[in-house]
Design a protein around this ligand. Sequence first.
Ligand SMILES: [Zn+2]
Length: 158
Amino acid sequence: MPSNQALAARATTGGLDRWGVFILSATGVATAACQRDQKVYRICKQFHFSAAHVLSQLPDTHPCSRLHGHNYTVEVVLESETLDENSFIVDYNDLYPVKDYINSTLDHRNLNDVLPVATTAENIAKFLFDRFKPQFPQLSKVRVSETPKTWAEYEESR
Ligand SMILES: [Zn+2]
């Protein structure tokens, strides 16, 4: 096993990757192993709705086990390495099906009546991701906030 000094010498002579990061392998060989050199465009659009829910899986002593409501924020994130003929990933206006679905299905509803999952922010994010991924292949992440100070997100690696 090389000494730390030997590793440091290798690191200084081995060259840094584009982030200047060296990662030492199990054998002690310094390798520029950070492979995140993909370049992507990313856009985000925010939607809002108000709804009630209850997390009935929680004990009675938990405040979220009682019927209550939130002013939700949904953020959809789309990524692509390339742009379309208009230099967009997706035209924001083309995301109207998300707005339409949120307005017609989630807004001013009891989410427990309309969603097939426990209505945590995490599950709502995944539900919306799965609902719109087929329509928008560039969809990479959905984030759901119940309050200005909290969010949960669901993401699938490309
Ligand atoms: Zn809640």
